[in-house]
Design a protein around this ligand. Structure first.
Ligand code: MSP
Length: 573
């Protein structure tokens, strides 16, 4: 299996972490956990330039996140706070690290653009571009968005009445000497690559948007990749152009290289090209046009997929601090404190804007999804099954006849009827489907497959009414066999379901596995310890990892307590 290297954007250190940052990094985490599970991945070292795991079945799943620190606004904010830019960057990078730790993200590395391992390599790449004849010196005049630190095209400036499309603040007309990258030279090659590789740009709506801007008669102009260094200290922060200290590398160009510098070492080289660059829709142009053209100029293979998700809005409106509907880290922490971190992860991962449309973070919706999918879904179903095993089988997996089929038919939450005629076959079919969905980064769909399984087990219990059979099991041995078969099938189906739910809810599923004595983790106490076998083996019905007769099943407390829809949203402290 090829390596799976997934990246998130690197975040500006002058902002505090919020739902947008946490969401992208969480989705990357869920995708990486699915991949580790599929491969039976061994644990990867966490943060700090260490090696990717090698030589094991799970070789090569690697999640990179980090911070973008050479922006001019870092200098401005640092000055306002009376500290040096580096101190300011250190402080805020630590906040992002803590935020992702809080979100339960298992990243293999956290790159910061002020680290020598990054900033010392960037001039070398630029020198290569120069040697290749793709960089020249000139003068640039254009509409600059100071808040975003980027130029916008004349068309975009006009469309937005010469205001920033992001912040709404006025754009500034600027002329400055700079180095240009010959983007125009790569237009035809990029266009062909996008046309030939539908998976390169996703979702499809974003692909069409970019194609319309890359396909002739559209023209790609050369782009400035440097900014002049002046007496203003703000202009002295950043990576210098090779052999020309009067210019520094434009922060966006510096930042894009992070994806490459992080793995440009002998131990990690095999990870390139990335399987997925994940990001929000606002920064797709840099990733889908500028970055691939630079890679072509460097003669480096292109990433497999560039995936740009939509945005979160909140309670039906664009998030804004003044409206008071901004979902910042503290708000997310308040949700996790009341409903559990895994519930927050589940909501974000299943209801988020992974497709092109924006998604709403609404309290009523959160509670509805929490109750339907978790409290009344997996939580209730697991305690129902464990309860019956406790009561009718002395808390141990019963002997069973191996009969894994009984018809059941349920309406799934998506309204589609699902049928299980034969559990082993149903499991296999769903797993195949899930693998396809994960491959296409259809994370919510893959998680819904797990959710559908829970409904199937619930439907199965409702149809076969094991609690009624239990009343007659003492006098009728045939009924007893039937009852044990049913309970076994429920437990085994839920065990397999829990594997599919793990990427979104690693902590609750690890808890369930401990109670049911069936942990597939190398260290049952550590949800980040990797898996003892690949998913195909773990999920084999009746296979080596199945629930064997005699295995103790402990019911324990509810995995998810029911939530009261009338309770007001949690407040951040
Ligand atoms: N530093 C650049 C990225 C460089 S990558 C080589 C940057 N940083 S950022 O801190 O502004 O983070 C931007 C990321 O957060 C983008 O992916 C953006 O889409 C995402 N989000 C910001 N607000 C968001 C929402 N309301 N909803 C979802 N994601 C949003 O840009």
């Amino acid at each position: 299996m090829p390596p799976f290297y997934i990246t998130t954007p690197i975040y500006y250190v002058n902002d505090r972490p919020h739902i947008g940052h946490c969401y992208t990094t969480l989705v990357a985490d869920v995708a990486a956990r699915f991949q580790r599970l599929i491969r039976g991945s061994s644990p990867a070292p966490v943060t700090g330039g260490s090696q990717a795991p090698q030589g094991e079945a799970g070789e090569g799943v690697f999640l990179l996140t980090g911070t973008d620190e050479h922006a001019d606004k870092v200098v401005v904010s640092a000055r306002e706070h009376g500290v040096s830019p580096q101190e300011w960057a250190d402080r805020n990078a630590a906040e992002f690290k803590r935020a992702f730790e809080f979100m339960g993200v298992w990243n293999d590395d956290f790159i910061r653009t002020t680290e020598p391992r990054h900033k010392d390599k960037v001039p070398g790449y630029i020198r290569r571009l120069m040697k290749h004849g793709d960089v020249y010196k000139g003068e640039y005049t254009g509409w600059y968005d100071p808040g975003q630190e980027e130029y916008v095209t004349e068309t975009v400036a006009k469309e937005n009445e010469f205001k920033s499309p992001i912040s709404g603040k006025p754009l500034v007309k600027r002329t400055e000497p700079c180095y240009f990258f010959k983007l125009s030279k790569y237009q035809a090659a990029l266009h062909k690559h996008i046309e030939d590789h539908p998976e390169f740009l996703q979702p499809d709506s974003r692909r069409s948007e970019i194609l319309a801007r890359v396909r002739p008669p559209a023209v790609l102009n050369d782009i400035p990749i440097s900014r002049p260094v002046t007496d203003d200290p703000a202009t002295q922060w950043g990576v210098r152009m090779p052999d020309d200290p009067a210019h520094r590398v434009y922060v966006w160009i510096d930042a894009l290289f992070n994806y490459y510098t992080a793995v440009d070492t002998p131990e990690r080289k095999h990870l390139w090209p990335p399987a997925v660059h994940l990001m929000g829709k606002d920064i797709i142009w840099f990733h889908a046009v500028i970055w691939p053209c630079m890679l072509m100029a460097l003669d480096v293979p292109l990433p497999r997929t560039i995936y740009a998700h939509g945005w979160w809005i909140s309670e039906g409106k664009k998030m804004s601090k003044s409206l008071g509907n901004f979902i910042d880290l503290e708000q997310l922490q308040a949700y996790a404190a009341r409903y559990g971190l895994d519930a927050l992860r589940w909501y974000l991962a299943t209801q988020g804007p992974l497709a092109s449309a924006d998604a709403d973070f609404a309290h009523a919706k959160f509670v509805e999804v929490y109750n339907a999918d978790l409290a009344n879904g997996i939580g209730n179903c697991a305690s129902r099954v464990a309860n019956m095993i406790e009561k009718y089988c002395s808390g141990q997996m019963p002997e069973h006849s191996g009969r894994g089929w009984h018809t059941t038919r349920v309406q799934t939450p998506s309204g589609v009827a699902a049928v299980a005629e034969n559990w082993p076959e149903t499991v296999k079919a769903h797993l195949l489907n899930t693998a396809r969905e994960i491959d296409q980064l259809l994370i919510p769909n893959a998680l819904h497959t797990g959710r559908t399984f829970v409904s199937l087990v619930d439907g199965y219990i409702n149809i076969h009414e094991p609690f009624k059979k239990a009343k007659r099991m003492a006098e009728d041995p045939a009924i007893r066999i039937e009852l044990f078969d049913i309970l076994h099938n429920c437990a085994e189906a839920l065990r397999i379901t829990s594997l599919l739910l793990y990427p979104a809810m690693p902590f609750k599923m690890a808890e369930l596995w401990r109670r049911w004595n069936c942990s597939p983790l190398r260290d049952p106490a550590d949800p980040n310890s990797g898996f003892v076998a690949p998913l195909e083996k773990l999920a084999e019905w009746g296979g080596p990892h199945s629930l064997k007769p005699g295995t103790p099943i402990v019911k324990g407390d509810a995995l998810f307590m029911r939530a009261d829809p009338a309770e007001p949203p949690p407040k951040s402290s």
